[in-house]
Design a protein around this ligand. Structure first.
Ligand SMILES: [Zn+2]
Length: 199
């Protein structure tokens, strides 16, 4: 869908769904382990008009490598994807991206440092299979980084958090579990069922 069309669709549904609570299922929450480590991020510049000193720790990596952040607390009647919500998800996405980039860096250094010649063919074979595994991992990480960057672009366009398929709110809890989600839980479920039938 083009950006323009999407924006129009979003506008159309945003009012209708403003009050609609999107049911968020925890299903995917446990699957996604978001890894992140980051320095404190400056909040979005735009938010400075309503300045209030909200002490909130930005997203950061926990000891077990999972992304840690305060779950977003909604105020009653607040608008979906307002500046505060956007800043919340920007912090999560940036921290995640940062961690992945560091991870890619570490992998590259590790491979460079380990690229020694083993005289033993068995050792060499082991090293080669280790490297190919790491290359695949790195490739996956690169794709994920790209996806996160695209998601941050959508945030910049205020186009984040709406279902690409039906236009409803994806929902805060679902987005916290899957920050790059572009479908609401219902559309995602339908998509997965279709995929299962195809397989
Ligand atoms: Zn949907």
């Amino acid at each position: 869908m083009s950006a323009k069309k999407k924006a129009a669709a979003k506008k159309k549904v945003s009012k209708a769904t403003a009050k609609k609570k999107v049911a968020v299922k925890k299903k995917t929450a446990t699957k996604k382990k978001v890894v992140a480590k980051t320095k404190k991020r400056a909040p979005a510049k735009k938010a400075t008009t309503k300045k209030r000193t909200v002490k909130k720790a930005p997203a950061h990596a926990g000891a077990n490598g999972t992304l840690e952040f305060e779950p977003y607390k909604e105020k009653r009647g607040e608008e979906y994807m307002n500046e505060r919500q956007e800043a919340h998800f920007r912090s999560i996405l940036s921290a995640w991206k940062q961690e992945l980039m560091e991870e890619v860096d570490r992998t590259m250094h590790h491979m460079r440092d380990d690229a020694s010649n083993f005289p033993d063919p068995n050792d060499r074979a082991t090293q080669e299979s280790e490297f190919s595994l790491e290359l695949r991992t790195r490739d996956r990480e690169r794709k994920l980084i790209k996806k996160i960057s695209q998601t941050i672009d959508r945030l910049d366009d205020h186009d984040y958090g709406w279902c690409d398929s039906c236009g409803v709110e994806v929902g805060i809890r679902r987005l916290e579990a899957r920050p790059t989600a572009t479908l609401c839980i219902d559309c995602k479920t339908i998509q997965e069922q279709k995929e299962k039938q195809m397989a």
